[in-house]
Design a protein around this ligand. Sequence first.
Ligand code: NAD
Ligand code: ZN
Length: 263
Amino acid sequence: MDQDTTTRAVLTAEQRETLEALAGEIRVRRPVVAFTGAGISTESGIPDYRGTNGLWTRTTPPTFRDFLRDPEVRVAHWRRRRERYPAMLRVEPNAGHLALVRLQRAGLLSTIITQNIDGLHQRAGSDPESVIELHGSVHQIRCLDCRRLFPAAEFPLPEGDAVPACPVCGGIVKEATIAFGESLVPDDLRRALEIARGSELMLVIGSSLRVNPAAKVPLVAAQRGAALAIINHEPTPLDPLATFRVRASAGAALTYIADLLIG
Ligand code: NAD
Ligand code: ZN
């Protein structure tokens, strides 16, 4: 089966009809913005938040306070990162990420606001300037004292129980993802909300919309008059506000849309 036949096979006639109507709106509305969650990356093999055996959810994650207060928590953080990060480097983007890149290159989609920390939108080819990572990235390290960000590649994984320090100020460093109890980077949230307020159509893909304040982004878009298109396996709390609801896989749905619009 070629790609087109595969995509058609997994979408019902009703889903295709909804996606055709949605493609019509993508053609005429500007700007179109995407808001993505863990569900867009499950087809790359990264379990979503609810996964019982998730890469990042196998143990109860420590809170940000624990990390700051307890040196043992910092040792465990770096040990876990040493065990898991190499696998994250091998994960490939999937059809969903690639379809969004096609839409961006065709001028049909502007910003991608993501809750994901996996960097797959950029790996797929989205311009890093066009991606806002609300929950940070596993591919960066942040100093919690001077707030500097370092690319992970410049930060070798430590041996044994060693815990690295900021090479500039000697401060506490951590994977630049938002821990439980840690605030989002204010500038990222501010930019995301501003883009949401100015959008005419928001594609909401693979998110349970249960994590706040990130879930405020599509809510604010809808309150400001943007049409919402929710592509997700399960119902979400914002379904009643959505113009389009597609209960389908992100990869198949987005590929179908990109094929309709770009060919
Ligand atoms: P979530 O796990 O709460 O919800 C994911 C949603 O996507 C679910 O409703 C699920 O039914 C749906 N879904 C799963 N696979 C799908 C597919 N192929 N097509 C369509 N829908 C699909 O995810 P969330 O709302 O992003 O919140 C989870 C939090 O955990 C976020 O803060 C995120 O930072 C973090 N997280 C990130 C990753 C990642 O970076 N890939 C993975 C797990 C968790
Ligand atoms: Zn520092």
